[in-house]
Design a protein around this ligand. Structure first.
Ligand SMILES: [Zn+2]
Ligand SMILES: [Zn+2]
Length: 156
């Protein structure tokens, strides 16, 4: 799993991010690993991992292609589900929520093992957080995380 360190050059506030496995549950039988990217979330007011929707041309699986073509929501923050996101500029910098100055992002190739596995709807909304157990598979973490405000879970 990848890790990132985001540090403001001015106020020195630092965020260390560690990615873990996340999947879309597209149907009873189809899951798709979520690709992520660094973004600044205006709702979380911090640096987060956000969805990176794949390019159609990179997809060979028919079910996943169908999902991508039907996808309605813009990419979401994987923490809160918000869509008010900013991405690093061409210099790889984000704006600090505290002081407005530049935040520098560094990727870290250090190997981090995470047993966390979170599930999301096809529209990128969190539906379940799990810890992978060698003997019991995905074990739900209770209580379930709250849904993003203003959005309702549907059983479509
Ligand atoms: Zn700052
Ligand atoms: Zn957020």
């Amino acid at each position: 799993m990848k890790t990132h360190k985001a540090r403001c050059k001015n106020c020195k506030s630092t965020v260390v991010l560690t990615e873990h496995l996340r999947s879309y549950i597209l149907s009873d039988h189809v899951r798709c690993t979520i690709q992520s990217r660094i973004a600044s979330c205006q709702t979380c007011t911090t640096v987060v991992y956000a969805e990176r929707l794949p390019k159609e041309s990179s997809i060979k699986d028919r079910d996943i292609l169908a999902w991508l073509r039907n996808r309605k929501s813009p990419p979401r923050c994987l923490e809160c589900g918000g869509t008010d996101l900013q991405y690093p500029n061409e210099k790889g910098l984000l704006r600090c929520h505290r002081c407005g100055e530049d935040i520098q992002i560094r990727g870290d190739s250090r190997l981090v093992l995470s047993r966390r596995w979170d599930w999301y709807t096809s529209e990128g909304e969190l539906v379940g957080a799990n810890i992978m157990s060698p003997s019991r598979g995905a074990v739900p973490i209770e209580p379930k995380p709250a849904l993003p405000t203003g959005e309702k879970r549907t059983n479509e």
